[in-house]
Ligand binder design. Structure first.
Ligand SMILES: [Ca+2]
Ligand SMILES: [Ca+2]
Ligand SMILES: [Ca+2]
Length: 297
C-alpha cells in the first residue's frame, strides 16, 4: 500500500513536470499496471546473483497491439516459463527496454518512451523518474549492457539519419549526455545485445543488415568508441522478423540471442563465447503465437 501511494505521487509529480494532465493519466495507468504485475507475484527478478560480473539473465517481455505487457520469466535452461499478463502497462508506450541499472545482478528496470519523453522505472515500479524529452528522434533504443564509461549499463539510440548515440547509465538510472558512437546504422534493421557474447567480459552487439547478414560488433569497453571492427556471423538471418537478446538464457554466463520467425515461432541461439562462431545451432523455445507481439524485449 505504501509503495502504491508513493507511485501515485511520483506519477503526479512527473506529470506536473512535463505535459500535464494527459501525461499524468498515462503514466499513472502505466505504473498502476506495472505495480499490479508486481503484486501478482509475477515480477520477482530472476537474474542469478553470480552474474554480477558476467552476463545477466533477464526475463523476456512482449507488448501486443493493445499495449498489454507480458512477462516470460526464464526457465533456466534456455526457454521461458508461461506468460504472465501484466495488464495494459504499455499503452501509448512507443519504446521499452529493460536494464539492470545498479548492476547488482538482480534488478529488472525499464526505460520507456511515452509522449516523446523517456522515463526510467526501477524494478517495475519501485522508483520512477523522468529522464528527459525529445526522445522521439530515435527509431531504435536498446540497452545492451555496460559498453564502458560508467560501471553501469548504458543505452543506445539510433536516429533517422542512422547515427548511433551512447548514453552512459548511472546506478539510479540517470543517463549522462549522449556521445555519437557510429553512423550508417540505418543499414541495419535489427540490433540486439545484452552482455558479453565473445568471452572477454565486454558487452557486444549484433546487427542484421537489409540483405539478411548478421554482424558482430565486439565491445571495446571504451564508451566513446564502444565497438571494434565488425565481423560477419553469417547470412540468412532475414527468415526472422525479430532479434532480441535478454542476456544469458541458459545460465552459462554467455549472452544468447532470441529470434522470431515469420510463422511466429521462437528460437534460441546459445552464445558460445567465441567471436569467430558466436552461436551454437538454434533450438526452438516457442512454437506459435509469438507474432502477436509488436515488440519483444
Ligand atoms: Ca557504462
Ligand atoms: Ca565481448
Ligand atoms: Ca548463455
Amino acid at each position: 500500500m505504501r509503495i502504491h501511494t508513493t507511485l501515485r505521487r511520483a506519477a503526479r509529480r512527473a506529470g506536473r513536470r512535463t505535459a500535464g494532465l494527459a501525461l499524468t493519466a498515462l503514466l499513472a495507468a502505466l505504473l498502476a499496471a506495472l505495480l499490479a504485475g508486481l503484486h501478482a507475484g509475477s515480477a520477482t527478478p530472476t537474474a542469478n546473483a553470480a552474474a554480477v560480473t558476467g552476463t545477466q539473465t533477464f526475463p523476456l517481455f512482449g507488448i501486443n497491439s493493445a499495449g498489454h505487457l507480458f512477462d516470460y520469466e526464464p526457465s533456466g535452461s534456455g526457454g521461458v516459463k508461461p506468460k504472465v499478463d501484466m495488464g495494459a502497462a504499455a499503452v501509448n508506450v512507443t519504446a521499452m527496454v529493460q536494464t539492470d541499472a545498479p548492476a547488482n545482478g538482480r534488478s529488472v528496470d525499464f526505460y520507456f518512451r511515452l509522449n516523446g519523453s523517456l522515463w526510467y522505472t526501477a524494478d517495475r515500479g519501485g522508483d520512477t523518474r523522468l529522464i528527459g524529452g525529445g526522445w522521439d528522434i530515435y527509431n531504435l533504443l536498446i540497452a545492451p549492457g555496460d559498453l564502458g564509461g560508467t560501471a553501469y549499463p548504458d543505452l543506445l539510440g539510433r536516429d533517422s539519419a542512422g547515427d548511433l548515440y551512447l548514453y552512459q547509465g548511472g546506478a539510479d538510472g540517470v543517463l549522462a549526455p549522449r556521445v555519437k558512437v557510429g553512423n550508417a546504422w540505418d543499414t541495419m534493421d535489427q540490433i540486439a545485445g545484452k552482455g558479453d557474447l565473445t568471452g572477454d567480459g565486454k558487452a557486444d552487439v549484433v546487427a542484421r543488415d537489409s540483405t539478411g547478414v548478421l554482424w558482430l560488433y565486439p565491445g571495446t569497453g571504451n564508451a566513446t568508441a564502444p565497438f571494434g571492427t565488425r565481423t560477419r556471423i553469417g547470412a540468412g538471418w532475414n527468415i526472422y522478423n525479430a532479434l532480441v537478446s535478454t542476456g544469458d538464457n541458459n545460465g552459462d554466463g554467455k549472452c544468447d540471442l532470441i529470434a522470431r520467425d515469420t510463422a511466429g515461432a521462437l528460437w534460441l541461439y546459445k552464445g558460445t563465447g567465441s567471436a569467430a562462431a558466436p552461436y551454437a545451432t538454434r533450438v526452438q523455445i516457442g512454437t506459435t503465437g509469438w507474432n502477436g507481439y509488436t515488440t519483444l524485449f
